[in-house]
Design a protein around this ligand. Structure first.
Ligand SMILES: Cc1cc2nc3c(=O)[nH]c(=O)nc-3n(C[C@H](O)[C@H](O)[C@H](O)COP(=O)(O)OP(=O)(O)OC[C@H]3O[C@@H](n4cnc5c(N)ncnc54)[C@H](O)[C@@H]3O)c2cc1C
Length: 479
């Protein structure tokens, strides 16, 4: 895989959706907008960048770990939301950082901060840069020079406590590099936000990221034992304890702080043994509500499924997991210690009590042998899920709005959360909308429902049904 990060959008140069596939994609969706020509917006090239000159010159030795070239500064100007990609495709580089610093260690972080404070500069910690809320962007209406402080070189697992199953990890490590360093010890953090490929431990802590465990360890908070950070008052660290009831948790100050209290440099993280026993299943439901009832029963059962994710029929269709007619509930259990068949058997009973069925894929059953059943559905959905950010950029590049909206809601109000509300709101600002719904996370007291609105750039003569697109065409293109 290429090591060069794309400066205008998601991921790495040469990865994701190539031009031929993007054109295929445009021709696939063109019929949905009344046969409109969807033109490809050429992504910006390094050669055409012409950013304002840096307003700061770092002194030695700090200059040794700073860069001020246009490509590096453009790549640190925005996060990775739809809005960010649009501005990059629009060649809007009006607020780039003046300097991007890449310190190699905590002393370098301290030196960079000391210099920046003296220079009257704004400092923005930068982990993977996958923020979707403008978190790594220079503040608007603020004339101070800006230093983007990229933690990417602080990327090592420093210490492993095998007995306690914990590790001291530097904050700039990205997801894959972290797991690669833990694997030889048969350990894993098992924290998988969709942005895993290009998001960092420090970013996860600073944003309180959610991984994809449906129950129990859903948020990064659950894995943090202690945190170390460089603050304007000096280096700060919380005490490493297995647990504490002594007053408010100091870690909670830093968790979700989005970089405003200091720069997280490392953390002790609780780890897990790598799972050995697994079981997964797919339930199929005629209505989303019936699937949600099953998800609630499983979430509140005390069985603690590792996956319990309801895809609506359209999401299932375009991820190649289903045929567009039925809503799918993906269920999984895992353990490093014991077989999980009993938990799955009880899950099957619970769903059956609600009038549904779960097709169980037996542990380690080869995907091909499962012949179009649960294995295929879950695997197809997972593959598309991980590739989705590249696809999102390709769709933005042909003029389509494609974004995720998330709502956390308690079960007692779930029924009132109709897809129609979002569709209605989007209809006010867009010409044509598909709303895809997914229900995930923390299902005991209520779900996090993610909805993806897709806006096509032109109003169609007749609004077509997505289901009228041949499923195999959609699947082939991994939409
Ligand atoms: C396609 C896509 C999918 C996503 N999926 C998920 C998901 O499944 N779950 C989820 O929770 N989020 C998700 N996100 C949002 C984003 O990936 C998370 O918020 C992630 O935790 C950010 O990590 P990062 O390293 O990229 O942080 P950055 O984007 O670099 O920074 C985010 C914020 O944290 C601050 N920060 C970063 N590092 C540090 C540090 N070391 N010390 C102090 N402050 C710091 C930054 O200043 C900024 O305010 C997704 C985003 C995209 C684009």
């Amino acid at each position: 895989m290429s090591e060069v990060r794309r400066f205008w959008g998601w991921g790495f140069e040469g990865e994701g959706v190539g031009r031929a596939e993007q054109l295929d994609l445009a021709s696939l969706v063109a019929p949905l907008v009344g046969g409109a020509e969807l033109e490809v917006i050429e992504p910006p090239t390094a050669a055409e960048l012409d950013l304002r000159s840096p307003r700061l010159v770092p002194p030695d030795p700090i200059a040794g770990w700073c860069r001020t070239d246009d490509v590096t500064r453009a790549g640190h100007t925005y996060g990775k939301s739809f809005r960010d990609v649009v501005r990059a495709l629009d060649r809007d580089w009006s607020r780039p950082p003046d300097v991007v610093a890449f310190p190699a260690d905590e002393a370098g972080v301290v030196a960079t901060l000391d210099w920046a404070v003296d220079a009257g500069a704004v400092v923005i910690p930068y982990g993977g840069g996958s923020s979707v809320v403008g978190g790594v962007e220079a503040p608007e209406g603020d004339d101070r020079p800006v230093v983007s402080l990229d933690l990417g070189r602080l990327d090592a697992v420093l210490e492993i406590d095998r007995a306690s199953r914990a590790a001291r990890v530097q904050a700039g490590v990205l997801g894959p590099a972290l797991e690669a360093q833990l694997r030889p010890h048969d350990l894993t953090l098992r924290h998988y936000p969709q942005s895993f490929e290009v998001s960092s431990l420090g970013g996860w802590i600073a944003t309180r990221s959610g991984g994809h465990f449906a129950t129990l360890h859903t948020h990064i908070d659950d894995f943090v034992e202690s945190i170390r950070a460089v603050t304007p008052q000096g280096v700060w660290s919380s005490r490493r304890l297995p647990g504490s009831g002594a007053g408010p948790s100091p870690d909670r100050l830093l968790l979700g702080s989005e970089g405003i209290l200091g720069v997280i440099t490392e953390a002790w993280m609780r780890l897990q043994d790598r799972p050995v026993f697994r079981s997964s299943a797919v339930g199929r439901f005629a209505t989303f509500e019936a699937g949600a009832a099953a998800a609630r029963a499983l979430g509140q059962s005390g069985l603690w499924p590792s996956n319990c994710r309801l895809l609506d029929a359209t999401e299932a269709l375009i991820t190649g997991a289903g045929n567009g007619q039925l809503h799918l509930l993906l269920v999984a259990f895992e353990s490093a210690d014991h077989p999980v068949d009993a938990a799955m058997a009880r899950a099957v009973e619970l769903v059956a009590d609600l009038g549904g069925t779960l097709d169980v894929r037996t542990p380690r059953e080869p995907a091909a042998a499962a012949g179009g059943t649960s294995a295929d559905a879950a695997d197809a959905w997972r593959a598309t899920f991980l590739r989705a950010p590249y696809l999102r950029d390709a769709l933005v590049g042909v003029g389509l709005l494609n974004e995720t909206f998330e709502t956390a809601i308690t079960w007692d109000r779930f029924d009132a959360l109709g897809e129609n509300n979002l569709a209605r709101d989007l209809a006010e600002v867009t010409t044509w909308t598909i709303v895809l719904s997914v229900l995930l996370h923390g299902l005991t007291s209520g779900p996090l429902a993610a909805r993806y609105g897709r806006r096509l750039s032109r109003a169609p003569a007749d609004t077509p049904e997505l289901a009228s697109v041949a499923p195999n065409r959609v699947r082939k293109r991994s939409l």
